[in-house]
Design a protein around this ligand. Structure first.
Ligand code: ADP
Ligand code: VHF
Length: 367
C-alpha cells in the first residue's frame, strides 16, 4: 500500500454505496458508518472534508416504481425525492451540520458563481459544517451537466483547493481490465501518469445504479493530477479501507499529481492570466502580504483601478511597483466601494458580503 498525506480532501461516495439494494430499496445506511467514522476522526484531527455524494436518483427510484426505463423527467423527479433522503441518511451520522450544495456545469463555468461556490465552501469548512455536494439533477439538462459525480468530485476538489480527492467505489481501485469480466485483471496500486494505456484499461459502470464506471474516474484523475491534486480510488464497501486511509495508507489506486503541477497553477496565475486592473495597497497590507502570508483585506487597499469582474486577475501595487497578483473576489465597482473599510463593514457599504477578503491567499502569488 502506498503512503499518502493530506489536509483538505474531497470524498466522493458512489450510488452503489448509498443505495446498494439497487432501484428497489432506496437509501441504505449499510456502508456509511465506516465512512462517517473516518470523516469524524479526520475532522477531530483538524483536517477538512467535503463530501460529494451520489445516490439521489438511485434512492428516489424506490418511490417511483416504474417498469420501463425512466425518462429524463422521471429521473429528475427521482432525484428530487432521493436527494433529501440521501442528505438525511448522511445527517444522522454527524453532530456537525450537513450542508447541501447542488451544482451544475453552468455554475462552474460562470466566473462569479465559481467564486461564490469557493467562498461558500470555505465558509462552511471554517464553521465545521460538512458540505455535501451533488449535481443539481432536477434542473440540469444534458448540455449543462457535468454528467457524473467522479468528474464533479474533481471539479469540486479544484474549486475547494483540496489537496486530495478520494473516490469511494464498489471496487478496490483501477485494474488492468474490468475485473468483473476479466479474471486475469490485476490491481494497479499507483499510477504516476494517465497514459493512453491507462485510459484503455477503463470500462463502464459495474452496477445498475453506477454512472460512468472507471472511465469517468480516469477522467477525474486526469483533472486532479494536472492541477496538483492526488486522487485515490478505493473500495467504499469495506470498513478496512477506512482503517487504512486513517493510517495514511492507500488500499486501492493512488494517482499521484503531475510533477510541477502546483507550481504550474501559480505560473498560470503569474504569467498566463492577464490582469484586468489593480489594487493599490498601503504599508500595513504590504507587510501582511509579504511577511505574514496573509490574504488582502479591503482595509489595506487605498485605491482601485481598471475594469474587472469578480474572479478576474488583478495586480497588487505598492509604491508604484507590482508586488503581487491575484484573483479578486469582488468586481471593480464593489472593490472601489469597500476599499479602506473593515471587513465587518462590507455589508453596510455594499448591502451584502461575498467574502471578508479582496484577494484570498490561495489565489495570490507574490512577485
Ligand atoms: N479497469 C477497471 N478496473 C476496475 N473497475 C472497472 C474497470 N473497468 C470498469 N470497471 C467497473 O467500474 C465499476 C465502478 O464504477 P461505477 O459502477 O460507476 O460505480 P460508482 O457508483 O462507484 O461510481 C466497477 O464496479 C467495475 O465494474
Ligand atoms: N447525480 C447522480 C449521480 C451520478 C453519478 O455519477 O453516480 P455514480 O457513478 O454512482 O457516482 C445522483 O445523485 O443520482
Amino acid at each position: 500500500m502506498h503512503d499518502f498525506s493530506w489536509q483538505r480532501a474531497v470524498i466522493k461516495v458512489g450510488s452503489s454505496l448509498i443505495a446498494p439494494g439497487g432501484s428497489q430499496q432506496g437509501c441504505s445506511a449499510q456502508y456509511l458508518l465506516p465512512i462517517a467514522k473516518f470523516i469524524t476522526t479526520a475532522l477531530a484531527q483538524g483536517k477538512e472534508i467535503i463530501l460529494v455524494s451520489s445516490g439521489s436518483v438511485a434512492a428516489g427510484r424506490a418511490s417511483i416504481p416504474i417498469k420501463h426505463a425512466p425518462s429524463i423527467a422521471e429521473k429528475q423527479a427521482m432525484a428530487a425525492i432521493g436527494q433529501t433522503q440521501m442528505m438525511q441518511n448522511w445527517a444522522r451520522f454527524f453532530d456537525q451540520p450537513c450542508a447541501q450544495v447542488l451544482l451544475t456545469m453552468d455554475d462552474l463555468h460562470d466566473r462569479q458563481r465559481y467564486v461564490n461556490i469557493q467562498n461558500t465552501l470555505r465558509e462552511l469548512l471554517a464553521h465545521n459544517a460538512i458540505p455535501i455536494v451533488n449535481e443539481n439533477d432536477t434542473v440540469a439538462i444534458n448540455e449543462l451537466k457535468v454528467g457524473d459525480n467522479d468528474n464533479l468530485a474533481a471539479y469540486t476538489a479544484m474549486v475547494a483547493q483540496a489537496d486530495t480527492c478520494i473516490i469511494c467505489s464498489d471496487i478496490e481501485g483501477l485494474f488492468t481490465a474490468n475485473p468483473r469480466t476479466d479474471k486475469h485483471a490485476e490491481l494497479l496500486t499507483c499510477v504516476t501518469a494517465i497514459t493512453p494505456e491507462i485510459k484503455a484499461m477503463a470500462g463502464g459502470a459495474g452496477s445498475a445504479v453506477g454512472t460512468g464506471g472507471m472511465l469517468t474516474k480516469i477522467e477525474a484523475a486526469e483533472k486532479c493530477t494536472q492541477t496538483g491534486i492526488q486522487m485515490l480510488v478505493v473500495n467504499g464497501q469495506s470498513a478496512a479501507t477506512f482503517d487504512a486511509l486513517a493510517e495514511g495508507k492507500c488500499p486501492g489506486t493512488l494517482f499521484t499529481p503531475k510533477s510541477g503541477s502546483v507550481k504550474a497553477r501559480m505560473e498560470w496565475l503569474q504569467y498566463t492570466l492577464q490582469s484586468k486592473g489593480a489594487l493599490h495597497i498601503d504599508t500595513g497590507a504590504h507587510a501582511a502580504l509579504i511577511h505574514k502570508g496573509a490574504s488582502l483585506l479591503p482595509i489595506g487597499v487605498v485605491s482601485v483601478s481598471g475594469e474587472f469582474k469578480a474572479g478576474d486577475a488583478v495586480n497588487i501595487v505598492f509604491n508604484d511597483n507590482v508586488v503581487a497578483k491575484g484573483l479578486c473576489q469582488y468586481d471593480y465597482n464593489e472593490a472601489a466601494t469597500i476599499a479602506g473599510c473593515k471587513s465587518d463593514a462590507i455589508s453596510t457599504r455594499l448591502g451584502y458580503t461575498l467574502s471578508d477578503v479582496l484577494v484570498h491567499r490561495d489565489n495570490l502569488v507574490i512577485l
